[in-house]
Write a protein that binds this ligand. Sequence first.
Ligand code: CTP
Length: 391
Amino acid sequence: MANLLLIVSGSVAAYKALELVRLARRAGHAVTPILTAGGARFVTKEALAGISGARVHDDLWAAEAEIGHIRLARAPDLVVVAPASADLLAKMAAGLADDLASTVLLATRAPVLVAPAMNPAMWAHPATVANMKALASRGVHLVGPEEGAMAEPESGPGRLAEPPAILAAIEALLHHGPLAGRHVVVTSGPTHENIDPVRYIANRSSGRQGHAIAAALAALGARVTLVSGPVAVPDPAGVTVVRIESARQMLAAVEAALPADAAVFAAAVADFRPTDVGSQKIKKVPGAPPPEIALTLNPDILATIAQRQVQRPALVVGFAAETESVVPHAQDKRLRKGCDWIVANDVSGDVMGGAENAVHLVTEAGVEDWPRLPKAEVARRLATRIAESLA
Ligand code: CTP
């Protein structure tokens, strides 16, 4: 379906590039590999050629004679660097062009996706941080790195994203899949409601579930606008992220993103905000009782969008966090707010901020109980259901 140029640079994770090529070809894409000198220390040219069914380019001057680096750089729909070593990322940031991979990366006009893999200390180094910032500002897309077991006994982010996650990011950037041509708005994370210039009311939402839903929708080809409160999780690849702080800003951003075919409200929006926000920090007054903070009801973003007369998305999905009578409360919430589906989760355990979620999908047709699943899997299932519903 698409022409991918895959640059494999030097990392012990380079063997995973072979799996990525296999998955990408199975998804219908043509893959042209470029192997750097470092990459060739970890995977062979023959293995890459065999699995890609394509000629592997590894030398600037040989490629120049055969096809030319400009043609190589211009032909693909997407350039994928996986694994992307710290060295190659630094070259990209500096605009160096001293081998085939860096020359093609400097010459290409195609979107570029990088999947870094390196030691956690190298990833955290200010030089790499500055390089990644420069690349992000130029529109280079990022997938991973992940935290987890590495070749070295060190922990922290640095591990190459798994090949299925890299492929999902590729599909998101190509806008291929059952949701191609569709626009979906997703809210995620907490909101912050100012008390004074230095204090705010917040909640424990990590944004993991909402961000995973945005990523899963994009992986099915949707154009996704993710309206997010302050979170520490990275932006999903191929998604437009609008950052806000308060509930009122979130509502304005969602309305500005319309029209949309579907909207998923996964944010943990603060129900109340302080009524008066002073321009000065509230001071302790010796001897006086502590101040009382008066609260005002925030707009209900889900209900506002679900009850719109114009530009109401065809499918409006809300979440419900419940600690008891999960399904009855969710059914009631669905009717009260006027949305089509409610994803009800039992938050009596460690769901908020955790990695897994046990949900019930409440629709007009009834209730489905989903097993306890990683949040990314909940997101994939929900995205698939949304694609089926919009089809
Ligand atoms: N929501 C919203 N705007 C608000 C409050 C909530 O969009 N001001 C959305 C959330 O994103 C979520 C759903 O509404 O999709 C949750 O509704 P809410 O009534 O807040 O339910 P709970 O969080 O489950 O809380 P409660 O049981 O207290 O109603």
